[in-house]
Each structure stands twice: as C-alpha cells, then as structure tokens.
Write a protein that binds this ligand. Structure first.
Ligand code: HEM
Length: 754
C-alpha cells in the first residue's frame, strides 16, 4: 500500500494564491503594460500544489491504482488532468518567423511630432509608451539556429493610450516580392523541400533559387540577404525597417508619406559566414542569449526611431514607386530624421505566455498613422489575423495578457473559444436604446479612427504600376555602395548558396540574372561555381507573368537614380564608438600573470565590456603569484566564435600550457582569422599566430627576428606590450573592440590555418 506522508513543510503556505489569473486586470499606471501584466503573473511561492480547479494535491508521485501493482483507475482525476494538459501543451508555430526572442521596454519621442501625426504617443517627450519587441528569423522552425543566413524580423508593439500600434518590420528595408499573392510561393520555395524536409533554416537549396531565378523583382532583396546583414552580430546591432511606405496624418487631416527606420545606438554589425556556421553548433541560441544577457546585465539595447518624410506632392517625383516594397528611398534623397528612442529593459518572465503568444499585425493602427496601397502591405493586412486565428486557437487571442491593449476595449463582439471577458450588458448590438446606445462611436475629437480619404479613380484589374518593373537599379546601387570586404562576402555568399544547388540550370540562371545587377559580381560568382560568366538565361528573364499576358510587357526596365552610391547602405559607415556589452575571452592557464588578469578585467568592466576567463580546465587557476582565479568557461565548452575579442595575458607557465593545447592555439588563430581584436602582454604574445605579427607585415622586422612587444603598426586590432604595459595595451584593445573588426586583415588572415 502506498504510504501516507505527513506534510513536513516548516512554513505554512499562503492559503490564497498571490496572484490569480481569474482576477480582473487592474493596472497601477493605466498605460504601463508591465503593470497591466501583473495580475496575470503566478509564481507558486509558498503555495500548495493544486489541480487546475484549486483542489490541493496530496500525492504527485503515484497514480491511483487497484493495489500497488494494479491497473490505474480511470477515477484518478489528478492524473487525467495533468496528462491531458500536457498532451495539449503545444500550439502551431508561426508559419514564418517561428524562431524568435523578445523583450519589454519603452519608447519616447524627442519632440512633439504634431506637424506630421496626431498619434498621441508621438506628442509628448515626457510620455513613456510601453513596448514589446520580438526579433526573429523567417525560414527556420522554432528550434532552429539563430545564425541562419536569413532576414530578421523586428516587430514592435506599442501599447499606446489610444490602442496598440504594431510596427511589424524587418532588418532589411525591402522585400522579395511586390505583391502579397506571391507570398505563399516565396515561403514554400524557401522552407525545407517538401519531399524530405531538408534543409532546415537555410535558403541554400534548389527550390529557393529556382523560384528566385525566375522572379527578377527579388534581386534587390537578394543582394541584401547575400550580404552580411543576414548574419547580424546581435539583435541589438541591427537596423529595423517598416519596409512599406505608410502615411502620417496630422490633426488637420494633412498626410505625409513615411518610411520607418530603427537605428541601433551600438551601430550595425555583422559576423562572418564561417563564424555563423560554427556558432550554430557551439551555441544555436547565440542571439537569444545575447539579448537576454545584455538586458539582465543592465546594458539595455537602444534604437532611435527614424522617419523619412515625403510630401504627398512628391509621390511621383522618383523613378521608383513609393508603393513598391522592393525599393527603398535612398537616405541621400530623403534624410532620416531621428525622432525618438526605444529602450529594451526587461526580459519576459515566461517565453510561451509572452514571446510565443504575442500576436503582431501591421493592421494594428492608431489615429495619426495610416496605410498606403502597397500591394504587399494590403495582403499582409489580411494574413496576420487569419494565421493567428489558427495559431492561437480562436477569435479571442486579443485577450491573452501580452496582446491586451492598455487602452480600454468595448465593443459588441461576443463569445467564441476561450472568451475571458464577462460582458455584463444586455445589448450586444448597435444601434440600441436598451443600452443607451453604448458603447458609442467616437468622433475624431475624442480619438475615433478615420481612414485617410485617399482619392482613388481606377479600373478593377490585376496589374502593377509601370515603375514596379525596374528590378535592378537599386540592386546595383546596393552593390556599388558596399565596401571591398562587403563585396567579397556577397560574392562568397552567392558561391556558397548556389554551390548547394543541385540543378546546374538554376545556378546558371542566377548568374545570368546577376549580370543585370553588375558584370563584375556575376563574373566573380560564376568563377567560384566553375562557370564562364557568359551564362545566358534559358528563357525569358521574368516568368512571373499572367497566363494571357504578352511576356514582352513584363520585361524589366532599368530606372534611373540620381545617385550612384549610398553610404547608408554600407555597414562600413556605421557607428563604431562603443565596446559596451562586447564579450572578451581572457585566455589563461595555471601560472598566468594574475595581476594582468585582474587589471584587464577591471579596465574592460569599467568600459562596459564583459570579460570571461577561458582556460583548459574549469574551476580555478593558480596564478603565477599563487593567487586563485575563477574560470568562467573551459575551452571544451566554448569557442572563439562566441567572443568579440581575445586577450592573452603573460605568465610563462600559462603560455607554455596554452601553446601545447591545440584548442587554445586554434582559439587564437580563429580569432585572428575572423578579424577580431586581439591583445597580449608579456609571454602571451608568443601565442599570437605568426601571421599576426607586425613583423610579418614588415619583412625587415620579421627577418631581424627581434620580437614583437610594443609593435602594433600595421594592424590596429592587435595590441601587444610588455608585462608592465597592461593598461596601455587594454586601452588600445578597447578601442579596437569598438571598431568591431579589422576587415582589412581578411586577405592575409585567410592564410592562417584555423
Ligand atoms: C515587408 C514584408 C514583410 C515583413 C516586414 C514581415 C514581417 C514579419 C514579422 C516581423 C513577423 C514576425 C512577427 C512576430 O514576431 O511574431 C511576421 C510574421 C508573419 N508574417 Fe510577415 N512580413 C512581411 C510580409 C508578409 C506577407 C506578404 C505576408 C502574407 C501575405 C506575411 C505573413 C506573415 C505571417 C502569416 C506571419 C506569422 C504571424 C503569426 O503567426 O503571428 N508577411 N512577418
């Protein structure tokens, strides 16, 4: 017989749950979303275990049986409830953007934007609007690697006093397709192939490139996705874009076109594809962890909201169409005004409740912001609610705590699965007399939303604007605006992706397509694929043509741009002034110079850098002076790819041990190869790869063979000095970390076997 156990708990639990999900949500500050979430939180501290219906559970170890060896009894309501709930724990993952991470924060404008928009959250610099922001990859499943080559979603939900405004954007300012009707085709092409569900979270396969090879409108976006923008260093170091042209509408009803931007204060930085592939093995949660740890440590990620505002009168001024989501508005033509700041300062408490259940929608608007007729945006307006109905299981997902606005909700929508609200009035229709006509319509003066009265005179037809057929001029602008290193990486990305494509004709068609972007680009990609670069297309350039249309009417036209280069398109011109929140490995072994470790840690921490001691074994190291140094990571558990920079302190015994350790040698070589900042003092210099020596760059010095201490000429991301020079070396090191990488090193560094 099962023995009865007495309750041995010393403390008597609270008899009432501290916070119950059945309580009516009452926010302390009516516009603070975190406060509004408070009544829904449950932590079980000092509470008894209960069933979902509140009955206290005495035995959570044994099911109810007919005797100790007997069959389990159907009567066991505790077992049935627990198993049943577990069986139903999963919901469908998002059909796209399934993999993501999110955080809470707030937004504040710098000055009133009343000249452009009547939206209340854009008026008062003193007002902090709560936000919830979710970053994501697009193609991979929920459990896929953060480091896939992919677009990143950048979705912001503003909980304003006038209702939720969702800015559902990406880290790339344009999109693959011009019309939402092609979205399922695009997504089917990029997702794992249907017969074998391969590959996961990767565009490097036949169906994706087959689709792209006959869709020239995708070429501009493809250039971005093949660039390092698609492998960011961190969510915190990405730009965000609303992509479509929206409208801002002011109190007088005057409208301006607007493009939304998010500019990260840490700058826009990316990693190398070689690192991305290795991080996917070492830490597939790299971006999620980075965001989480930064917020936990108080290094709150920040972005400025940027607006490109365009007069209505200028709608047709450019040789591209403002309604075409495959085009951007170059910042040289319309500067970005920085109008406010977004700060993320709190991690979610429950991934499922918040990050998974949040439902963004580009159609969640507030008065003062409106749509344009961009045909991709128009389709999105249908898609999000539709998909959330199945993903979140019914029409009441707006009642899930994370989705509830802080603004009050009153309407005559009723019932449905999982309804939480108890509507107490007798009337659920309008107009009515029994309910006093309530809830009543709101005039504009009291915040009623009125769509912008855009004049439309049109024929009903399935067509696109003439300028939409310019598929290449902005792809060329992007290519021309890249630094030499960025161009190298784009070429390598095409070679990698197409190298994974099995069907030769697809590879050739893409090279043929690239010839329309840039001849040199096409030749270089072709060379890596073993093609001669003169590849011609095996049919019309564009096969996205209606059945009865004349393909000639669908031939691309090349638009003209008043600029040949746009600096804003290159990450080379981003901000490089802060080393804050970057991670540094202090590579050490027993016998390390303890004072160098301590001094480096002190200086790095003071600069906001995060130093971690990495050693051949875990536990503690015995420093040269006999002191003990705590090890953060053993070499077995990390890799250089998880750090921004490496410092090798002196100490002969330590350096000897590291030189004899293949993992340590590899760690340093790989850091060098990935163009990261490296610093070493005293004997630590001996661990640097020979190729890193300034002497190598300076033949005469190398042949003299007279050591390298103090010589940093030739490589600004390499800082070395004697044992007594730790402070100076680390000061230089911090400057190099702030510059992100020394990309100029790449060509020489590739020769280092790592
Ligand atoms: C400019 C083009 C687009 C951008 C910037 C964009 C952005 C996003 C983002 C950021 C998410 C993730 C939201 C989250 O974190 O929960 C998302 C999800 C989604 N997008 Fe888009 N998207 C675009 C185009 C489209 C189009 C054309 C469609 C369909 C016609 C579409 C359908 C979806 C769907 C179904 C989801 C999943 C939503 C959910 O399950 O909650 N998207 N999109």
């Amino acid at each position: 017989m099962a023995s009865k156990r007495p309750n041995t708990e010393a403390k008597r639990p609270n008899t009432q749950a501290k916070r119950s999900s059945s309580k009516t949500p009452v926010a302390a500050d009516a516009t603070d979303k975190l406060a509004a979430l408070e009544p829904f939180r449950e932590d079980g501290a000092e509470a008894f275990l209960t069933t979902n219906h509140g009955t206290r559970i005495n035995d959570n170890q044994n099911s109810l049986k007919a005797g100790p060896r007997g069959s389990t009894l159907l009567e066991d309501f505790i077992l049935r409830e627990k198993i049943t709930h577990f069986d139903h724990e999963r919901i469908p993952e998002r059909v796209v953007h399934a993999r993501g991470a999110a955080a809470h924060g707030h937004f504040q404008v710098y000055k009133p934007l009343s000249q452009y928009s009547r939206a209340k959250f854009l008026q008062d610099p003193a007002v902090k609007t709560s936000v919830f922001v979710r970053f994501s990859t697009v193609a991979g499943s929920r459990g896929s690697s953060d480091l896939a080559r992919d677009v990143r979603g950048f979705a912001v939900k503003f909980y304003t006093e006038e209702g939720n405004f969702d800015l559902v954007g990406n880290n790339i300012p344009v999109f693959f397709i011009q019309d939402a009707v092609k979205f399922p085709d695009l997504v089917h092409a990029v997702k794992p192939e249907p017969h074998n569900e391969i590959p996961q979270a990767a565009s490097a396969h036949d169906t994706f490139w087959d689709f792209i090879s006959v869709m020239p409108e995708s070429m501009h976006m493809i250039m971005w996705v093949m660039s390092d923008r698609a492998i960011p260093r961190s969510f915190r170091m990405m730009e965000g874009f609303g992509v479509h042209t929206f409208r801002l509408v002011n109190e007088r009803g005057e409208a301006h076109f607007v493009k939304f931007h998010w500019k990260p204060l840490l700058g826009v930085h990316s990693i190398l594809w070689d690192e991305a592939q290795k991080i996917s093995g070492k830490d597939p949660d790299f971006h999620r962890r980075d965001l989480w740890e930064a917020i936990e440590s108080g290094a709150f990620p920040e972005w400025e909201l940027g607006l490109q505002v365009i007069d209505e009168a200028d709608e047709h001024k450019y040789d591209f169409d403002l309604l075409d989501p495959t085009k951007l508005v170059p910042e040289e033509l319309v500067p970005v005004q920085r109008v406010g700041r977004l700060t993320l300062d709190r991690n979610p408490q429950n991934f499922f409740a918040e990050t998974e259940q949040v439902a963004f929608h580009p159609g969640h608007l507030v008065p003062g912001i409106d749509f344009t007729a961009d045909p991709l945006l128009q389709g999105r307006l249908f898609s999000y609610t539709d998909t959330q109905l199945i993903r979140l299981g019914g029409p009441n997902f707006h009642e899930i705590p994370i989705n509830r606005p802080v603004a009050p909700v009153h309407n005559n929508q009723r019932d449905g699965h999982m309804r939480q609200t108890i509507n107490v009035t007798r009337t659920s229709y309008e107009p009515n007399t029994l309910g006093g006509g309530c809830p009543m319509q709101a005039g504009q003066q009291v915040g009623g939303f009125v769509s912008y009265p855009e004049r439309i005179e049109a024929v009903k037809e399935r067509q696109r604007g003439e300028k939409f057929f310019d598929h290449f001029s902005q792809a060329t602008l992007f290519w021309n605006s890249q630094s030499l290193t960025e161009k190298d990486h784009i070429v390598q990305a095409f070679q990698f992706e197409l190298g994974k494509v099995g069907v030769a004709a697809i590879r050739e068609r893409i090279v043929g397509m690239l010839q329309h972007v840039d001849r040199d680009l096409a030749d270089r990609v072709a060379q890596g694929l073993g093609l001669d670069g003169r590849t011609s297309l095996d049919g019309p350039l564009n096969r996205s043509v209606p059945a009865d249309a004349n393909p000639k009417d669908y031939q691309p036209r090349r638009g003209t741009l008043p600029i040949e280069v746009s600096a804003a398109l290159s990450m080379a011109s981003t901000v490089k002034d802060s080393a804050k929140s970057r991670k540094v490995a202090i590579l050490s072994a027993d016998g390390v110079d303890g004072s160098a470790v301590a001094e480096a840690k002190r200086l790095l921490t003071a600069a906001g850098v995060v130093p971690k001691v990495v050693a051949p074994h875990g536990g503690t190291l015995e420093a040269a002076d006999g002191g003990a140094i705590a090890v953060d990571f053993s070499l077995l558990t990390v890799g250089s790819v998880l750090f921004d920079a490496v410092f090798v302190p002196g100490g002969f015994r330590s350096v000897e041990a590291l030189r004899a350790d293949a993992m340590a040698v590899h760690f340093v070589k790989e850091t060098y190869k990935h163009c990261k900042a490296l610093a070493a003092t005293g004997a630590g210099i001996e661990l640097l790869p020979p190729e890193s020596s300034p002497a190598k760059l300076d033949d005469a010095r190398a042949q003299a063979g007279n050591g390298r201490p103090g010589q940093t000429d030739g490589d600004p991301a390499l800082s070395t000095g004697g044992d007594a020079q730790v402070s100076k070396v680390v000061a230089d090191f911090i400057k190099a970390i702030a510059r992100h990488r020394n990309w100029d090193r790449e060509r020489t560094a590739q020769k280092v076997a790592a």
